[in-house]
Design a binder for this molecule. Structure first.
Ligand SMILES: NC(=O)c1ccc[n+]([C@@H]2O[C@H](COP(=O)([O-])OP(=O)(O)OC[C@H]3O[C@@H](n4cnc5c(N)ncnc54)[C@H](OP(=O)(O)O)[C@@H]3O)[C@@H](O)[C@H]2O)c1
Length: 305
């Protein structure tokens, strides 16, 4: 099968190559997915799981990309709950070969049915940003109606999902980003916008929940805004500063079939809008992930037309 592979962590996305690889094979409780669309987050090339397996053994050449939308091609031994020919989407195991390929072997529990009226490109754009937003707000952040949420990077992949889901849940959303992101963040539903290049973050006052994607200095200053009993949720690694009288939670997104179902239902009925930018073929994927100008929105690789 054709696949994108990486061998050299230091090379980043410039080290991606399109190659012929042995066909993926479904192990127990896996399904083999005929990949129609694949999503990739550049961060994964710096995560240990891309380079070594669960026993810390070198697993290169690795196939990156862990978001998938496609069709079940075959079932592994003992796999239940999904059937051959079914449309599926999901988030695949970070320590196994991924989805920038014609086929991917995926544990069935990491996949959810993809309704027939949701395009594969949209399906592949949802798992990381949608699940990260859902888990940060509702599982780790315990968001309640009427609370105020500070959403960093509110026009970005994760932040746009966080903004929309928080508003739908009845929260007041203060989004942040660059000056140029104001309209996009407000378009996703942010009640207020903080231009981090010109405004003072501290003017926001106290909030119930901070959803941090940056870490570092911005993350530390944001911890100071969490009111008593509130929460700092971050996806940028362990926080350097914790809220004085609140909780801090850092987490890595997990696959969850039920949450994927909640997310895709909201896309179908128009409550949730995904943030797709460039769509490219597998043959053009290396160029798409190495753009000469800063790409807006999520890049999706359409493996089959
Ligand atoms: N732990 C986890 O489970 C997990 C899950 C998903 C993502 N992540 C990580 O979370 C981060 C965000 O992911 P994403 O997909 O949302 O990225 P993204 O789509 O690039 O969004 C980031 C947003 O923040 C803005 N931004 C970046 N730096 C800024 C700065 N210094 N000042 C103001 N605005 C700034 C970006 O604007 P520009 O586009 O103009 O730069 C963009 O709108 C990534 O590092 C990713 O690896 C972690």
């Amino acid at each position: 099968m054709k696949a994108i592979v990486v061998r050299d962590e230091a090379a980043g996305t410039a080290g991606m190559k399109l190659e012929e690889r042995p066909d993926a094979a479904a192990a127990g409780n896996d399904v083999l997915v005929e990949v129609h669309a694949s999503g990739f987050t550049p961060g994964e090339l710096s995560w240990p799981s891309t380079w070594t397996d669960r026993l810390d053994r070198d697993r290169t050449p690795s196939i990156p990309g862990h978001e998938v939308a496609g069709v079940v091609a075959s079932l592994g031994y003992g796999t239940a709950g999904l059937s051959v020919g079914q449309r599926v989407f999901g988030l695949t195991d970070w320590t196994r070969d991924g989805t920038l390929a014609e086929y991917a072997a995926v544990e069935a529990r990491n996949l959810a049915p993809l309704p027939g009226d949701v395009d594969f490109t949209v399906g592949a754009s949802l798992p990381i940003s949608g699940l990260t937003a859902w888990q940060g707000l509702f599982v780790h952040g315990r968001l309640e109606t009427g609370q105020t949420v500070l959403v960093h990077g509110a026009a970005g992949g994760v932040g746009s999902m966080v903004t929309q889901l928080a508003r739908e849940a009845g929260a007041y959303v203060v989004g942040t980003g660059r000056k140029a992101d104001r309209d996009a963040a407000q378009g996703f539903g942010a009640n207020e916008f903080v231009d981090l290049e010109n405004d003072a973050l501290e003017d926001v006052g106290s909030v119930d929940l901070v959803f941090d994607i940056f870490g570092g200095d911005l993350g530390s200053r944001s911890a100071g805004l969490v009111r008593a009993g509130g929460t700092l949720v971050t996806i940028a690694g362990p926080p350097e500063v914790r809220p004085a009288e609140g909780r801090a939670v850092d987490f890595v997104v997990e696959a969850d079939r039920a949450q994927l179902g909640e997310i895709v239902q909201r896309v179908r009925d128009g409550r949730l809008r995904t943030n797709v930018g460039t769509v490219a073929s597998l043959d053009d994927a290396v160029a798409a992930f190495n753009p000469t100008t800063r790409a807006k929105g999520k890049t999706i690789i359409r493996v089959r037309p």
